[in-house]
Write a protein that binds this ligand. Structure first.
Ligand SMILES: Nc1ncnc2c1ncn2[C@@H]1O[C@H](COP(=O)(O)OP(=O)(O)OP(=O)(O)O)[C@@H](O)[C@H]1O
Length: 260
């Protein structure tokens, strides 16, 4: 196993004008973990993921994947699967065609499109051959996941993957992500759906412009004695981290390492 973390933020700050969307963010993600990047609307989750993927440059600090900025990562498109609004999906073509085009661009066999359609439950021709523009929100989420999975990447970066899903879809997504992690993939997902996240993540990173917590879900909730929701509000509303399991912590015992 590589000593280089799949994802590492080191004092990453992104300012827009005189306002910092994200400030001094430092944490690592360990391989094979499902990590939830959590925060309220506007907390800086998407900005953090965009820095990680080279879609916006940090004003200072670094955000790296396998030790390098995304732009300098060899074979990045195959090693990192991304599902994020505004990334991928040609809306005018069918879901299947979109996946075939992406597969070709990645140097993968066209048959790979059919495999991922099966995986995400979109293989029915009535769905697969419909333009992506006519997909429901849930279908779009599944399609985004299918795109991300094409190259069977080591790392998946998913921005709000459960947003807009109905209860069936959320349940499916939860089982699906768990299965991927059990198969050795590392998953970094952003969300503000705390109850859903609690059921699937190993580790939690909470931000509210600055880092509020990075560590295991188990430590955060004191082994399940507290809910993620309670801990979350203590951390994002409090000026200082509370005592107990919900401190901003560092150390090898945690799934994510905090370096601030
Ligand atoms: N391109 C931009 N120009 C100016 N401000 C921006 C830009 N992108 C993000 N921001 C601001 O940065 C802050 C963080 O936004 P961001 O989208 O990262 O939050 P988020 O946690 O992903 O929120 P949400 O859950 O609503 O998507 C917000 O105040 C937002 O208005």
């Amino acid at each position: 196993m590589s000593a280089v973390p799949p994802v590492s933020f080191q004092a990453a700050t992104r300012r827009f004008g005189d306002r910092a969307a994200v400030e001094g963010l430092s944490f690592d993600v360990r391989p094979g973990r499902v990590v939830g990047l959590l925060g309220r609307n506007g907390a800086g989750k998407t900005t953090s993921l965009r820095m990680l993927l080279g879609l916006t440059a940090p004003t200072s600090g670094t955000a790296t994947i396998f030790g390098r900025p995304y732009a300098h990562l060899a074979d990045a498109a195959r090693r990192v699967g991304v599902s994020m609004e505004g990334v991928g999906a040609l809306p005018g073509v069918s879901g299947r065609r979109d996946l075939e085009i992406t597969a070709k661009a990645l140097g993968l066999p066209a048959g790979r499109a059919g495999e991922v359609l099966e995986q995400v439950g979109l293989a029915d021709p009535k769905v697969a051959d419909r333009p992506v523009a006519r997909y429901s929100t849930g279908m779009r989420q599944r399609h985004g996941l299918a795109c991300a999975l094409l190259a069977a990447p080591e790392l998946l970066v998913l921005d709000e993957p459960a947003n807009g899903l109905d209860p069936d879809g959320i349940r499916w997504m939860r089982g699906f992500l768990r299965g991927l992690a059990d198969a050795g993939h590392t998953i970094l997902l952003s969300s503000h759906l705390l109850a859903e996240v609690e059921q699937v993540v190993d580790d939690v990173v909470i931000i509210q412009r600055t880092l509020r917590y990075s560590g295991t879900l188990r430590d955060l909730t004191d082994g399940g004695a507290h809910s993620l929701e309670d801990r979350f509000f203590q951390l994002v509303d409090g000026d200082a981290p509370p005592t107990g399991g919900a401190t901003v912590r560092s150390g090898a015992q945690t799934g994510t390492d905090q370096h601030a």
